[in-house]
Design a protein around this ligand. Sequence first.
Ligand SMILES: C[S@@+](CC[C@H](N)C(=O)[O-])C[C@H]1O[C@@H](n2cnc3c(N)ncnc32)[C@H](O)[C@@H]1O
Length: 260
Amino acid sequence: MSSYKKPDFWSLKAQKDGYPARSVYKLQEIDKKFAFFVSSCGGKSGRGGTCGLRALDLGAAPGSWSLYILRRYGGSRGPENRAGLPAEGAENPAETAIDPAADPARGPEGFLKGPLKGGFFLAAADLLPLPRRHDRGLFDRGDFFFVQGDFTADPVREELVRRGPYTAVVSDAAPATTGNRSVDTPRSLALVEEALGCAEQCLVPGGNLAVKVFQGDTAALLARLRESFTTVKSFKPAACRSGSFETYYIGLGKRGYTHS
Ligand SMILES: C[S@@+](CC[C@H](N)C(=O)[O-])C[C@H]1O[C@@H](n2cnc3c(N)ncnc32)[C@H](O)[C@@H]1O
């Protein structure tokens, strides 16, 4: 029997918009509904890194969320802007070649010469590598960092924390599912707790968290979120597959201090 599934509306839209996964529209909806990234850094809306966004993407592969953040908030450091490609949302993007070496702000390897000083930065982690089919050089930017590894493991977590603090943490991480809810839900909850621990450690006060949760007994998790954030919401974007158990918990305005 074939396992082929007919692409749905969101998958076809992702193909058309140049994203590797339909999940990008979940983040887009979260961002629109909660002004998620802009409110995380209390900055002005718009492109160009004006709000000093520093984001961490946990469970990032195949890279749609990272690409959304880079395209929407990465500003003119992006090679796509220098090369004259249309910004996020523009139609018929040109297939222009990208030449990081042409940027005077970068050294020979394409890395930014100077420190970012509160400018845009995105770090991402996944067990899997990030495919390069859709990124048009964005993953080579000096203000993007990717580590392939388990973000719950000390060396990876320490590396991510060292590159923080962040104004926004997003986690779409999901364990390999078995289809058995009594197995998948506790596994997912353990991963969510790790993501929350990471956010508690490396978010700035006032920062925001969005984390994927498979519904289940989340009372303790919600209590912990309410201790850490001034506002906590549960939100199921329209792009979630019908019948899926997943939802997203949104923590807005981290309380207190960032651990060193
Ligand atoms: C649904 S996918 C994420 C999709 C991504 N947000 C996008 O839009 O392209 C979930 C990812 O979580 C990753 N993952 C699960 N557990 C992880 C862990 N402990 N550390 C790092 N990544 C993990 C998986 O490898 C998988 O790529």
